[in-house]
Design a protein around this ligand. Structure first.
Ligand code: HSE
Length: 442
């Protein structure tokens, strides 16, 4: 066997401990694949005395992860700390400057600094591998860098956040409200105590920014991603969408429109018969269309110790084999600046939910405003009002005076639907702000 590949691991949380367990359990088969042994030399974490359920006393300990990256006798620095700046960034920069290969699961770091870090890796002639940063255990980075290489992409999209997918799946299957399911997801440990990052769509946006670069050969540009979370989706939206042949998923979509590339994360109506509609629970999926390949979809676990460690291990194995690829799939000098397609120019169908006053002419006014913007309606669903009943048995009249109405439009422009909804709101025939959900043609 060749000389051992020496690893330094920074971050001993769920994924770090998962990686150590994986390397211990499958050491023999991994080494047989690589034709060389693999050795964890040094580790670093915030708290040395914490019980992690594994013994790490055999490894050299560093309190400072940047010092580990710079000074430990390692070939590969594995960054499992997280965060776009701070210790993770300092340590990755130190590792690259010291000529060490880097493997990271840190999507935020790469979403903000991906192009610049790829340049540093290139200059040092080392790997910057990040399979675990995008959709956990799904091997989409390697697929895009290598297997997809002969294609030009037209669109890449996916379910990139397991927490959101779990919440939407439970809302659909149980008819439950968002808050109830979110609370359960937190109790089960799927959602963070502060779940904003997941449910607000930002975690998915970090991953999408990386997929966009890999698919379209552009510099990473997280700041241009349009982001909407799932907080305003109601059980009724999911039910009505189901009756109309759709499911609601939080999708990240990057699409070449000809005028630029759209990067958008938002709740989306997808046809119930499309493969991605069947991706439920905490699972993730990524689908890409290539001009020669056609459609490809990969589905798997997007988070968790085992799946994420599996991707980190695959990145380490590539380095052991000497398979060093350009981090973003091509040399950085061949990445083009990202040219955004503005959301106002987005074309597609829309689901619009309105609370309409139950009086003559209210709906006619709404239809007129849509027609003024050249928007053609495909379906109209008017629901029975929710009549709440007081304890003494009396109906609450204020609730009964409005009707929930859902409209599905044919393809139109985002600026047209926004203008129509603005006019409808100022006309005063609806009692709360209109809500719209984009429909993805799949
Ligand atoms: N919190 C993420 C999710 C996993 O729920 O999918 C890590 O990105």
């Amino acid at each position: 066997m060749g000389h051992p590949l020496r690893l330094g691991i920074a971050g001993l949380g769920t994924v770090g401990v998962g990686l150590i367990n994986l390397l211990r359990q499958n050491q023999e088969s991994i080494e047989a694949r690589c034709g060389r042994s693999m050795e964890i030399v040094a580790v670093s974490a915030r708290n040395r005395s914490r019980d992690r359920g594994i013994d790490v006393s055999a490894y050299e300990w560093y309190d400072d992860c940047a010092e580990l990256a710079r000074n430990a006798e390692i070939d590969v620095f594995v960054e499992l700390i997280g965060g776009e700046d701070g210790p993770a960034k300092a340590a990755v920069e130190a590792a690259l400057a010291s000529g060490r290969h880097v493997v990271t699961a840190n999507k935020a770091l790469l979403a903000y600094h991906g192009t610049e870090l790829a340049r540093s890796a290139e200059a040092a002639g080392v790997a910057l591998n990040f399979e675990a940063a995008v959709a956990g255990g799904i091997p989409i980075v390697k697929t895009m860098r290598e297997s997809f290489a002969g294609n030009r992409a037209t669109r890449i999209y996916g379910i990139l956040n397991g927490t959101c997918n779990y919440i939407l799946t439970c809302m659909e299957q149980e008819g439950a409200d968002f808050d109830v399911v979110l609370k359960r997801a937190q109790d089960l440990g799927y959602a963070e105590a502060d779940p904003t990052f997941d449910i607000g769509g930002f975690d998915a946006a970090h991953k999408l920014a990386l997929l966009t670069s890999l698919a379209f050969g552009t510099e990473v540009d997280f700041s241009s991603v349009y982001v909407e979370g799932i907080e305003r989706i109601t059980a009724q939206d999911i039910q009505v969408a189901g009756e109309l042949g759709y499911k609601i998923k939080l999708l990240g979509v990057a699409q070449d429109t000809g005028a630029g590339i759209e990067q958008r994360v938002h709740p989306t109506l997808v046809p119930a018969k499309s493969p991605i509609a069947d991706v439920d629970g905490v699972f993730n999926a990524v689908a890409v269309t290539g001009d020669f390949l056609g459609d490809l979809m990969l589905e798997g676990q997007g988070a968790g110790a085992g799946a994420t460690a599996s991707s980190v291990a695959a990145d380490i194995v590539d380095i052991a084999l000497g398979n060093i690829q350009a981090p973003l799939g091509r040399p950085t000098k061949h990445l083009t600046p990202y040219k955004p397609a503005p959301m106002r120019a987005h074309a597609g169908g829309y689901y619009v939910a309105l609370e309409v006053q139950d009086r003559p002419g209210a709906f006619a006014g709404i239809a007129t405003r849509m027609a003024e913007q050249d928007i053609s309606l495909k379906s109209i669903v008017q629901r029975a009002p929710e009549i709440s009943v007081d304890i003494d048995g009396a109906k609450d009249a204020s609730v009964a005076e409005t009707r929930p109405v859902v409209l599905i439009t044919h393809d139109t422009l985002e600026k047209s639907i926004r203008k129509a909804l603005e006019c409808i709101e100022s006309d005063g025939a609806i009692t709360s702000a209109p809500r719209m959900i984009r429909i993805e043609r799949l």
